[in-house]
Every structure is written in structure tokens, then in C-alpha cells.
Design a protein around this ligand. Sequence first.
Ligand SMILES: CC(C)(COP(=O)(O)OP(=O)(O)OC[C@H]1O[C@@H](n2cnc3c(N)ncnc32)[C@H](O)[C@@H]1OP(=O)(O)O)[C@@H](O)C(=O)NCCC(=O)NCCS
Length: 175
Amino acid sequence: MFIILETPRLILRRFTDTDADASLIYDLNNDSEVLKYLHEPILQDVANAKEILRDIILPQYAFNFGRWATHLKINNQFIGWCGLKHRPELNEIDLGYRFKKAAWGKGYATEASAATLEYGFEILQIKTITGRAHIDNLASISVLKKIGMKYIGESIIDDCPVKTFEAYNHSLKSQ
Ligand SMILES: CC(C)(COP(=O)(O)OP(=O)(O)OC[C@H]1O[C@@H](n2cnc3c(N)ncnc32)[C@H](O)[C@@H]1OP(=O)(O)O)[C@@H](O)C(=O)NCCC(=O)NCCS
């Protein structure tokens, strides 16, 4: 297992090409409430999950970024993912997270995201990390605020009204 980081309650690791067979991504993306503020279709079958893994998630690891599978330390249960994604079309590194409903409201997103920011700055030496959430996605906005990201403003991205936040690597001289 390629572990990226650990927090008091969580382990973040790289997905592998066998995770789609285990249906982890399918289970996560097969819930309309999880996708409520994300313009993504509900997955129809495990084949779609395999495509997401192969075409979107795994290629990011070539650049050391990635959405990392997140497990509870206490029982190794998969609860979702958190991590960084290079978005060249926006010229930014995006912080993202998505957890199964059963894991909401326990502070896991905040814990995973704070550790991800630290990893991005200290290990990957990223200068600026961006976080975006639909204007009505109050839980996600709350997470971005709680981890200390700075509110930049509201805009329309991919036809969605979003709030944008940024965090800066103060150990690097220029932004
Ligand atoms: C967004 C998401 C990751 C949050 O996960 P989580 O583990 O519940 O987050 P946390 O428990 O760390 O923090 C959530 C905070 O939002 C608050 N919150 C949750 N729902 C809220 C709501 N409807 N209105 C206001 N605040 C809300 C919680 O009270 C908590 O804040 P607190 O710790 O100050 O009480 C989770 O809801 C999720 O996976 N949603 C679906 C995918 C998604 O939208 N991802 C983000 C895309 S930008």
C-alpha cells in the first residue's frame, strides 16, 4: 500500500487499479446526495468507476498529485477520498474531498484536508492551493474556512456558481 499521509484518525493512500474492482469508487459515486453539488452523473455500473480510476484518478499520480483513498485507522474502512488535483485549464492545484454519507459530520474532511494542505506545502512545495465549492455546499465551504483558507470570491466555473478559497505556502518566497 502506498501511504501518502496519516492523521490521528485517518490514513490517506494512493488508489490502485484494483480499487475499481472492489467497487470503492462506484459505491461513493452511486449516491445522489454525495453528488448533489457536483456536476457529475450518478455511476451506472462498476465499468464507469473503472474509467474514472483509469482516466482521471491514476494519471494524476505521475505528477505526485492525487485524490487519495481515505480509510479509518480504527478498522481500515474506506470512507472516500481527499487530495490534490492539477487543473492545467485553470492553472491551479485544487484541494478536493468526497466522503460517504455515513462518514459525514465527524470532522474527517477537515482532518484530511488540513493534512493534505500541509503535505502539499511541505512535501510537494506547492505555492498556492485552491479550494472551490458550490455556493450552496455549506458543509464544504465550512471545511475550507476551518482549515484556514482565504476567501477570494464568487464566480461561475463549469456553469456552476462557486466560492473560491486559496491557501499560500508561506515558506516559499514568491507566490
Ligand atoms: C463536504 C464533505 C466532504 C464534508 O465532510 P465532513 O466530514 O462532514 O466535514 P467535517 O465534519 O470536517 O466538517 C463539516 C462542517 O460543515 C458543517 N455543516 C455540515 N452541513 C452543513 C450545513 N448544511 N450548513 C452549515 N454547515 C454545515 C458541519 O457542522 C461541520 O462544521 P463544524 O465542525 O464547525 O460543526 C461531505 O459533506 C461530502 O463528502 N459531501 C459530498 C461531496 C462534496 O460535496 N464534496 C465537496 C465538493 S466542493
